[in-house]
Write a protein that binds this ligand. Sequence first.
Ligand SMILES: Cc1cc2nc3c(=O)[nH]c(=O)nc-3n(C[C@H](O)[C@H](O)[C@H](O)COP(=O)(O)O)c2cc1C
Length: 225
Amino acid sequence: MEKRVIDGYAHASYKRPVRSNEELGQRSEDFYLEMDQRRTVREFDTKDVPLKVMENIILTAGTAPSGAHKQPWKFCLISDPLLKKKIRIAAEEEEKISYTSRMSATWKEDLKALGTNWEKPFLELAPHLIVVFKQSYSLENGEKHQHYYVNESVGIACGFLIAAIHNAGLVAVTHTPSPMNFLSELLKRPFYEKPYLIIPVGYAKEDTYVPDIHRKTLDEILVRY
Ligand SMILES: Cc1cc2nc3c(=O)[nH]c(=O)nc-3n(C[C@H](O)[C@H](O)[C@H](O)COP(=O)(O)O)c2cc1C
């Protein structure tokens, strides 16, 4: 790879193949059709997934762009059954309060079609949980380093993560118990990291069903100028 110093900083030559319009059309359609198969699955089989696969998925998330390249994320991989159980107990405690007193009637109405409730067996059944943390800043040798566009950056990384899980042939549920502070304590994370999402990963339970929901059409999501 050719390297060059530009304005005092190292740069590497970068090339992507120039494809024909037919090839672009085919590849973009193939990828869309594959991603259109992705669904949130809430019923898991206990079948294990090799650690190497999980590492590749997390490496893929780490390829996401980030504000000023600060990579303000940390992915905690939990495969230990006892720790998964502790997370389930703590999450269900919060979810029970949320479903009975924190969530609005409209919110609960909106969730009805998805069949969710305060019980989260997937937190124990899925072979792995990925808990994503965001870092508003980092500390290196006691020195504070500011991060930028943290929510946007971590959200994009989670998109890559979810796409990688699907691409590998696995399923996931994007889970957001609220509040999530218990994760910082259970996983002993430093104070400058805040929990962002829990993503259980594994295989769908045999004979599982997902809500029969529909995605907006191109005309509904695209505005042409
Ligand atoms: C930020 C975010 C938070 C979510 N939180 C939860 C959650 O706590 N529990 C859950 O069962 N699903 C959760 N979901 C999954 C959504 O309900 C799901 O993506 C949506 O119903 C569309 O279904 P699909 O993913 O199968 O296309 C969440 C999704 C996102 C993007």
